[in-house]
Each structure stands twice: as structure tokens, then as C-alpha cells.
Design a protein around this ligand. Structure first.
Ligand code: NAD
Length: 452
């Protein structure tokens, strides 16, 4: 049992249907494993801890999540059958504040993956110095196989199954892969229904990334992409070049990838190639692809494949496209030993969480390709989530300029801290980012001590 009495789990139970028959397509789709992902985060923390002589007890605490919740829950399907789904919420560490992190719907969601994603949130929030800890959740499902009503019922039932394990001052989810503002609105509504009527006003703060009309913050939808672009701009300034002169490629054209590309378009950068789950496309000329038109196409068709303004290409050719910047904004483990050797870029700006494997990282180092690591580069989302949470608590509504400016200030401070740490300790930027975060966590444990 864990600290709050919830059973720790190792693996989901096999999904069963109501009549005990074979699992459905949705259930069968689940269960993919990333066996080494949480170990990769631990190794990464160890490397940074070693470099800065971190207090050993901090390393020990962070090497295991504080709490792991696994739930199997029934959902009524449109045809009257009942299917079982498996979901997780991992709460890694909350010494800096409430657990914070997205909820993902994907067939490959596994406990190991959610553990890693939760630990990355701990590091990210500490690095950018906002009062949140790290958490993450997910359901093993391919949402494209469900109707909108099934998706809504599944979301509501998952929230019901999580019960008091989430809450505004305790654990605050947000959108991630295949979840969005609409999903967050269903979560608020379901969570509110579990509270006594007099307390329902509290429900708004249970998640961030809500629709603006339902208590969300302006600027949250684009926040992660905005942060990616802000950081590319800071890197470009250090290289004495302008964003308008940069060309780039993007993997994943969902919330993060499409917003980064649309903002980069406004700044004059050229989008040369894109790859997502449906295929890869490249621009006909060096003028690049129109990110806004492509975003419309993706909205209509579900992916970049078949976009009239570009030609189809292979995954290998996509990775080998000559450009200044590559923005991975899809899933983990994309920049590997093999794909890192294909890249013809100066910078990898990690919009996704964990896109680069340990082997991929070694190749990037060897090839002197700079990296803006995920825990820094995609932190814009959780920073504006923090703004949303503050607005919900205070009843205030900030305007877009205020959100953008405060986001920029926090990212500039984090960028400067990582740069300083990298210079002081001769570390690469990933190690330096972890080192900054670990120092921040160490400081709090040093001040508070460890109970009893
Ligand atoms: P999304 O669901 O909006 O988009 C995911 C994209 O990845 C889609 O374009 C999809 O086609 C693509 N994709 C899926 N499988 C792929 C594959 N095998 N190869 C290539 N592309 C593939 O998700 P998102 O919110 O944009 O998240 C993308 C990444 O950014 C994730 O790693 C997520 O954890 C991270 N992230 C998201 C946020 C946020 O605010 N949404 C914040 C920080 C980090």
C-alpha cells in the first residue's frame, strides 16, 4: 500500500467484457509496453545528481513514485455491450505543490510510461519553479475506435473511478495526447457531481486546459507550442540569428506541433516537412508549407497525409530533411540511434516528452546537434496551466498579452538557469536542466526535513 492507502499495482488486469467473452478491439489495442522508460528517467536523474553532488536521500526519494493508482472500469458501449477499460494515475512527487500532469488516451499507455511521464513533470515544474509536483494519467485506448458518446462515458467513468485521488489542491490533470479542452470539461462536470452541492464551486480547479468559456485560461491551448517557439527564439538569439531565417521540420501535428508551427509561421520561419501517425509530407519548394492551412486539413481528416499543398515522403526522408531545427512533438522514443544519424539540423527542440532515447542523445552529442530538452522546451503548457489554476482560485481573468508575457518571463529565467548550470558544471543541456530541477527539490527537502 502507498502513503494514502491506495494499492500499488504492477500491471493492468486483462480487460474483460461483460459476458466474459474475448476483449474488444479497443481493449485488445491496449497493453503496449515501454519497458525502459522510467528507468531512463532514473538514469537521467542519477547522472545529473552525480554531477552536482545531490543529497543522496533526494535521489532515493525521487527514484520511486509516491503513489500509483490503477483502475479497471466498465463503460457502456453504443451497441449495449459493456467493456472494461484500464487506466492509471501516477503521482510521482508533491514536495513543491499539488501533483500536476496530463491524461493521455493511447493504446500504448502502460504503467511504466505513465511513471516516466509523471517523473518528468516533477522535474519540469521544479525547473521552471512553479509550485506543482509531478503526476500523469492515462487510459489504454485507441480513441479513434470510440464514438464521441462512448469517449465521454469512458472519460466520466475513469474520473469516477479515480475518485478523491484527484482534486484542486491535491492532483490536477490536464490534456495530453488524444485529450483536449472538451475532455477537461467532462472531467470538471463529473468531478463536480461527486461533491456536495455547496462545494461544487471548487470543481473548476480540478483540471487545467478547460475551454475558456468553462473556466479555462486564454492562451492555454497554444501554450506548449508558444513555449517551444519562445525557447527556439532564445536559442537563436544566442546563435546570433533570427527566427525568420530558420527552417524547420515537425513530427506530430496535434496540439503542440501545430501550434508551434502556426506561431513560427507568424515569425517567418519555414516549415519544410511534417510527419504524424498518418504519414510524412514535404514542401514542394523552400517557401515551405502553410501551417494554418495544414492545421485545417488535419482538423478535417485527422492527419497530414493527403495534404494537397505538399508531396508525400517516407519517414526516413522526413528525418533526413535538411533544416535548422527539428521539433519532435509526437511520442517518446522517436530520436533513436538510427534516426539521430539521419538528422540534418542544428537544433532538436523537444516539444514531446521523452522523444530522445539514451542512444539517440549520445548520437546528437557526438554530432554536435544542440538540444532544448523536453523538461524545458515543452514547459509552456504546465506554466499556463499554473496561470489557469491561479485564475480559478482568485476569480480573475487575465488577458492574452498578460499570459504571453508572464510565460515568457518564466521561460527566460529557466533558460538562463539551465545555461548557467551547463557552463558552471560543463554539462549538456539535458543534464543541466535536471541539475537545476534537482537542486530546487533538494532545497525544499533540506528546509522541511523528512517526516518523522
Ligand atoms: P496530440 O494528441 O494533440 O497530437 C499527437 C500527435 O502525434 C498527432 O499529430 C499524431 O498523429 C502524432 N503521432 C502519434 N503517433 C505517432 C507516430 N507513431 N509517429 C509520428 N507521429 C505520431 O498530442 P499533444 O498534446 O500535441 O502531445 C504531443 C507530445 O507533446 C506528447 O509527448 C505530450 O506528452 C507532449 N506535451 C503535450 C503538452 C500539451 O499541452 N498538450 C504539454 C507538454 C508536453
Amino acid at each position: 500500500m502507498t502513503a494514502n492507502g491506495t494499492a500499488t499495482i504492477d500491471a493492468p488486469r486483462a480487460p474483460l467484457t461483460s459476458n466474459g467473452s474475448a476483449p474488444s478491439a479497443a481493449a485488445r489495442a491496449g497493453g503496449g509496453e515501454h519497458p525502459k522508460l522510467f528507468q531512463r528517467v532514473r538514469d537521467q536523474m542519477d547522472r545529473a545528481a552525480e554531477a552536482i553532488g545531490l543529497a543522496p536521500e533526494v535521489r532515493t526519494i525521487l527514484s520511486s513514485p509516491a503513489c500509483e493508482i490503477g483502475v479497471n472500469f466498465p463503460v457502456k458501449m453504443d451497441d449495449g455491450r459493456v467493456e472494461m477499460f484500464s487506466g492509471y494515475r501516477v503521482q510521482h512527487n508533491n514536495v513543491l505543490g499539488p501533483f500536476k500532469g496530463g491524461i493521455r488516451y493511447h493504446p500504448d499507455v502502460s504503467l511504466d510510461e505513465v511513471r516516466a511521464l509523471a517523473a518528468w513533470m516533477t522535474i519540469k515544474c521544479a525547473l521552471v519553479d512553479i509550485p506543482f509536483g509531478g503526476g500523469k494519467g492515462g487510459v489504454q485506448v485507441d480513441p479513434s475506435t470510440l464514438s464521441r458518446r462512448e469517449l465521454e462515458r469512458m472519460t466520466r467513468r475513469f474520473v469516477y473511478a479515480l475518485g478523491a485521488n484527484i482534486g484542486p489542491g491535491y492532483d490536477v490533470p490536464a490534456p495530453d495526447v488524444n485529450t483536449d479542452a472538451r475532455t477537461m470539461a467532462w472531467i470538471v462536470d463529473t468531478y463536480a457531481a461527486t461533491l456536495p452541492p455547496q462545494e461544487r464551486f471548487r470543481a473548476l480547479g480540478v483540471v487545467t486546459g478547460k475551454p475558456v468559456s468553462a473556466g479555462g485560461s486564454v492562451g492555454r491551448e497554444k501554450a506548449t507550442g508558444q513555449g517551444v517557439v519562445d525557447l527556439i527564439e532564445m536559442w537563436a538569439a544566442d546563435q546570433r540569428c533570427k527566427v525568420a531565417d530558420l527552417s524547420y521540420t515537425v513530427q506530430g501535428f496535434g496540439k503542440v506541433g501545430s501550434w508551434a508551427a502556426r506561431i513560427l509561421k507568424d515569425k517567418g520561419a519555414k516549415l519544410l516537412a511534417v510527419q504524424d501517425a498518418t504519414g510524412a509530407i514535404k514542401a514542394y519548394t523552400s517557401a515551405g508549407l502553410d501551417a494554418d492551412v495544414l492545421a485545417e486539413h488535419v482538423k478535417k481528416t485527422g492527419g497530414v497525409a493527403g495534404f494537397a499543398g505538399a508531396q508525400a515522403t517516407s519517414r526516413e526522408a522526413f528525418f533526413a530533411t535538411q533544416a535548422d531545427v527539428f521539433i519532435p512533438a509526437a511520442l517518446e522514443n522517436q530520436v533513436t540511434d538510427e534516426t539521430a544519424r539521419l538528422l540534418q539540423v542544428r537544433l532538436v527542440a523537444e516539444g514531446a516528452n521523452g522523444p530522445t532515447t539514451t542512444e539517440g542523445d549520445a548520437v546528437l552529442r557526438e554530432r554536435h546537434i544542440a538540444v532544448l530538452p523536453d523538461v524545458l522546451c515543452n514547459a509552456g503548457g504546465v506554466i499556463v496551466s499554473y496561470f489557469e489554476w491561479l485564475q480559478n482560485r482568485s476569480g480573475a481573468a487575465w488577458n492574452a498579452a498578460e499570459v504571453d508575457q508572464r510565460l515568457r518571463e518564466i521561460l527566460e529565467r529557466a533558460y538562463a538557469r539551465v545555461k548557467q548550470m551547463a557552463a558552471d558544471k560543463s554539462l549538456d543541456w539535458r543534464d543541466a536542466a535536471y541539475a537545476v530541477a534537482l537542486r530546487r527539490i533538494e532545497q525544499v527537502y533540506g528546509e522541511r526535513g523528512i517526516f518523522p
